[in-house]
Design a protein around this ligand. Structure first.
Ligand code: HEM
Length: 495
């Protein structure tokens, strides 16, 4: 009886306290200029609503209630989410400058301390980005020479594939090897043998980090870093892996220092060292040892994991839809034949293949939440006033799943990029590299690699699965920072 009385008295008090809290949060949001969103709890923020292991999906669901621009609290930190093609365009494209800052992510912050291209801001970011773009161009990116480099690497990959024809294998490592060698040749001036144990170790570190960052541990670390520093778990491996990569990169830089000829750069590291010499007397120079390590790491990691994951996912999708693979092969046979290696000019003459590659990137959304942005100044977006420094999540996957932009957004369907006559049809809502000033620095290189590796493989081999296509599961094995495909076995038959 007493218990019931206490409940009757306590319940209204609890409800009152909760309404008071919700009202306080709303008022604080309005004062901070944050768009509306689900009411957060103290300390946890909206974690209870977001706790499903599919942050991208949950955010899209929340958007159907709160609109295309809304706030969620990741623990104690508010984040403004941009959902759907028009919100992303209005912010990242139409207000490119205001949205060009990088929002900090604890997993990267602890390693980079805001240094390097990908995680710096302001003048340092602008200087490094322009420098890197210029240097990549000098070493062939966007030119014929990188195309030839990728073709050579594709031929090495085909050689490895040829040696295991008929035997089921997991293609992850070989694809990692091939893709990474392209960026290695630009950054370190050399490629590695596919069996090189040091190289394989580095690629495993990348893959391990991408996986952990795309797990609940990585997500939790970004929200409560100081707390998770004390909790045992796989997230600690991220920093050990980063440290091992740092040792490797530092050794490469040291070797370059010993062997280089000043002003005769062989690769990106030499170019950076030349620039360091040039600005030696400038105390404000951004060209410092630590910046070189971080920038090299950005290019090496950025240039490997996402591209390789896209190719691997693409092959899995071809196993699930053998009729699509057969149509690509028929087009390749008709336009290129089976002897000459595909080149980039062929892309314009291969509308179906081009549509399939776009559709793979759209369907998998390899970085579903992009990388976080931060506002560089106060700005208005739609009816909201957003303050400088606001943390922004560009939900790239939401553009890819936007029913106002794609005919069949929820399925893998190459006609999403084909018109009625079967010609390739581009779509501004295709944004795996994110639009705007902070757009992926390697987008052109990645697209060339995806096209040349994918067509080289399908031109020479039929892909067979060890299970029936119907039973192949395309749901990512981990999702968070990235969408990682489930592991699978592939059997090749020479064509
Ligand atoms: C399929 C392959 C790839 C995808 C889907 C991808 C996607 C992305 C995305 C979404 C971003 C964040 C852009 C933003 O701030 O909104 C990014 C940034 C970046 N990517 Fe890529 N990327 C790929 C390949 C590459 C390659 C090959 C390189 C190597 C050159 C690279 C280097 C970078 C760098 C350095 C940044 C940071 C740019 C900045 O902050 O200014 N990426 N990428």
């Amino acid at each position: 009886m007493e218990g019931t009385m206490a409940t009757v008295l306590l319940l209204p008090l609890l409800l009152l306290a909760l309404s008071w809290w919700a009202w306080g949060v709303r008022r604080a949001q309005m004062q901070r200029g944050l768009p509306p969103g689900p009411t957060p709890f103290p300390v946890l923020g909206n974690l209870l609503q977001l706790q499903s292991g599919h942050l991208d999906r949950v955010l899209m669901e929340l958007s159907s209630r709160w609109g295309p621009v809304f706030t969620v609290w990741l623990g104690p930190r508010p984040a403004v989410v941009l959902c759907g093609y028009t919100a992303l365009r209005d912010a990242l494209v139409l207000q490119a400058d205001a949205f060009s800052g990088r929002g900090s992510m604890a997993v990267f912050e602890r390693f980079t301390h805001g240094n390097g291209i990908a995680f710096s801001n302001g003048p340092r970011w602008r200087t490094l980005r322009n420098f890197a773009l210029g240097a990549l161009k000098e070493f062939g990116v966007g030119r014929r020479s990188i195309e030839e480099r990728i073709q050579e690497e594709a031929s090495c990959l085909l050689g490895e594939f040829q040696a295991i024809v008929g035997t089921p294998f997991d293609p992850r490592r070989l694809l990692d090897n091939a893709v990474s060698n392209v960026i290695c040749s630009v950054v370190f001036g050399k490629r590695y043998d596919y069996g090189d144990p040091e190289f394989l170790r580095l690629l495993d570190l990348f893959s391990d980090n991408f996986r952990i960052m795309s797990s609940k541990w990585g997500e939790a670390y970004n929200i409560f870093p100081s707390f998770l520093d004390w909790i045992p778990g796989p997230h600690h491996r991220i920093f050990r892996n980063f440290q091992e990569l740092r040792v490797f990169i530092s050794e490469q830089i040291q070797q370059h220092r010993q062997l280089r000829q000043a002003r005769e750069p062989r690769d990106f590291i030499d170019c950076f060292l030349d620039q360091m010499d040039e600005e030696q007397q400038d105390p404000e120079s951004h060209f410092q040892d630590e910046t070189l390590v971080m920038t090299t790491h950005n290019l090496f990691f950025g240039g490997t994991e996402t591209t390789s994951t896209t190719l691997r996912y693409g092959l899995l999708i071809m196993l699930k839809y053998p009729e699509v693979a057969a149509k690509v092969q028929a087009e390749l046979d008709a336009v290129i034949g089976r002897t000459r290696a595909p080149n980039l000019e062929d892309r314009a003459r291969l509308p179906y293949t081009n549509a399939v590659l776009h559709e793979i990137q759209r369907f998998i959304s390899v970085l579903p939440l992009g990388l976080p942005r931060a506002l560089t100044r106060d700005t208005h977006l739609r009816s909201h006033f957003l303050r400088k420094g606001t943390f922004v999540i560009p939900l790239l996957v939401s553009a890819h799943r936007d029913p106002t932009q794609f005919k069949d957004p929820d399925h893998f369907n190459p006609t999403n990029f084909l018109d009625d006559r079967g010609e390739f049809q581009n779509n501004d809502a295709f944004m795996p590299f994110a639009p705007g000033k902070r757009m992926c620095l390697g987008a052109g290189l990645a697209r060339s690699e995806i096209f040349l590796f994918f067509t080289a493989i399908l031109q020479k081999f039929c892909l067979l699965s060890t299970e029936s296509p119907a039973s192949i599961n395309l749901t990512p094995q981990c999702t968070g920072l990235g969408n990682v495909p489930p592991a699978f076995q592939l059997r090749l038959v020479a064509r």
